[in-house]
Write a protein that binds this ligand. Structure first.
Ligand code: BG6
Ligand code: MG
Length: 220
């Protein structure tokens, strides 16, 4: 059988961190007198830290120097990390840990492909680090999803062609990034509504990993 690899996004696929990003951004937005709602937060999924802040500034019709923006992003991250440091291992999304363990047992190499610069810290908190053969995150990737860079680097790190990899993603940009990499994509409906996801060409759509068998994915 042809060798395959799995490429996992982190936020919204393995753990729901969007609620913590929201709380941290909301603090900052309030301070700047910008109204920031959960609906606005939808626009930040899969988007880098700086690009997220730029969306918030756009909502508030505000402009800032690069230096000021960087200072706000640093502050937002320290608030966010207060939540991350309290992350519990039972916050791993339904079935995700079991699915990762089953993949490992089946000898399938696994890489992380996330925009987050906090990926390693989050995996450590969730006690998942050992399940990954490679970690490609916001510290090593320069192009944002839907650019395929994060997943092409993941496939390269696993020593596999892009077409032999299966991407697990929740955000629209991320799903598109996987497709742009030439990989198969399993889309999760954890953070974006199914009707929006259905407009893209994902190979499979699932609500979560509960009950998902490795063979269902290998067959794609
Ligand atoms: C993505 C999240 O995974 O990482 C985004 O979906 C987030 O919401 C981005 O902005 C960057 O995360 P961090 O942890 O580097 O601020
Ligand atoms: Mg995501």
């Amino acid at each position: 059988m042809e060798k395959i690899g799995f490429l996992f996004d982190l936020d919204g696929v393995i753990v729901d961190t969007a609620k913590y990003h929201f709380l941290a951004w909301k603090d900052l937005a309030e301070e700047l007198g910008i109204s920031f709602t959960p609906k606005d937060n939808e626009r930040l999924k899969g988007v880098s830290r700086m690009a997220s802040f730029e969306v918030i500034l756009e909502i508030g019709n505000r402009q800032m120097s690069q230096e000021e923006k960087e200072a706000y992003c640093t502050r937002k991250n320290s608030v966010y990390l207060n939540y991350i440091d309290k992350l519990r291992t039972d916050e791993v999304l339904p079935g995700a840990r079991q699915f990762l363990e089953a993949a490992r047992e089946a000898g399938i190499p696994i890489a992380l492909g996330s925009a987050s610069k906090n990926s390693r810290r989050i995996l450590e908190k969730l006690e998942l680090t050992e399940l990954f053969d490679a970690i490609i995150d916001g510290t090593v990737v320069s192009a944002a999803k839907p650019d395929p860079e994060v997943f092409t680097k993941g496939a390269e790190a696993l020593g596999l062609p892009y077409e032999s990899c299966i991407v697990f993603e929740d955000s629209l940009q991320g799903i598109q990034a996987g497709l742009n990499a030439g990989s198969k994509v399993v889309a999760l409906t954890t953070t974006v509504s199914r009707d929006k996801i259905e407009k893209l060409k994902a190979n499979k759509i699932i609500d979560n990993f509960a009950g998902l068998e490795i063979d269902d994915i290998i067959a794609l």
